[in-house]
Design a protein around this ligand. Structure first.
Ligand SMILES: CC(C)(COP(=O)(O)OP(=O)(O)OC[C@H]1O[C@@H](n2cnc3c(N)ncnc32)[C@H](O)[C@@H]1OP(=O)(O)O)[C@@H](O)C(=O)NCCC(=O)NCCS
Length: 155
């Protein structure tokens, strides 16, 4: 089940984040207190947190910051399910115009995931990450209240 996260989910989400993104320092308690933050989690049947997605509404766009799924449940559509509420153009105050994200060039799984829901590369940022890896900036515009993928893509 996918649902919006609440305060009592913070410990479980933080624990999963520590496993998946050991360098990440996100303070989820603070995030939840911010008007612009959107945080969803995926729960297993036993109510365990098996995935989460953190995003920020920035004016009329939504920016994906982190999405992660527990190793033991990957390949079952959990991340794609987490992207469904994220790609709802009605999530902001008014209608959102676009979803955006950055992804490491070498993160083939995440890149394939984003592409499969309609994100396309709009820019490449050379040596964007500390280890020298490039970042792809990807975007998915919204039109008439739904995602409308750009026609062109890969550089
Ligand atoms: C990337 C990640 C979130 C995918 O989660 P997931 O639940 O396994 O993904 P899904 O099962 O929903 O996959 C949906 C689609 O994404 C693509 N995809 C996902 N993982 C993939 C992989 N390892 N290789 C190739 N394609 C992949 C496929 O197109 C897949 O569709 P299909 O199963 O119909 O082929 C997960 O591997 C993860 O948490 N990775 C570590 C954290 C990370 O890198 N996050 C992204 C950057 S913030």
């Amino acid at each position: 089940m996918i649902r919006r996260a609440v305060e009592t989910d913070i410990l479980a989400i933080s624990a999963l984040r520590d496993r998946l993104f050991p360098e990440d320092q996100t303070d989820f308690a603070r995030e939840l207190s911010l008007f612009s933050t959107r945080l969803w989690l995926a729960e297993s049947e036993g109510n365990l947190c098996v995935g989460f997605l953190l995003a920020w509404v920035v004016v009329d766009e939504i920016h994906l910051h982190l999405v992660g799924v527990a190793e033991e449940i990957r390949g079952k559509g959990v991340a794609r399910a987490l992207l469904v509420p994220f790609l709802d153009p009605h999530l902001g105050d008014g209608m959102l115009s676009c979803a955006r994200l950055e992804v490491r060039r070498d993160n083939e799984g995440a890149f394939a995931l984003y592409r499969s829901v309609g994100f396309r590369i709009v820019n490449t940022r050379k040596r964007y990450y500390a280890d020298g890896c490039d970042a792809f900036e990807m975007a998915l515009p919204f039109e008439d209240g739904r995602p409308a993928p750009l026609a062109s893509d890969d550089p």
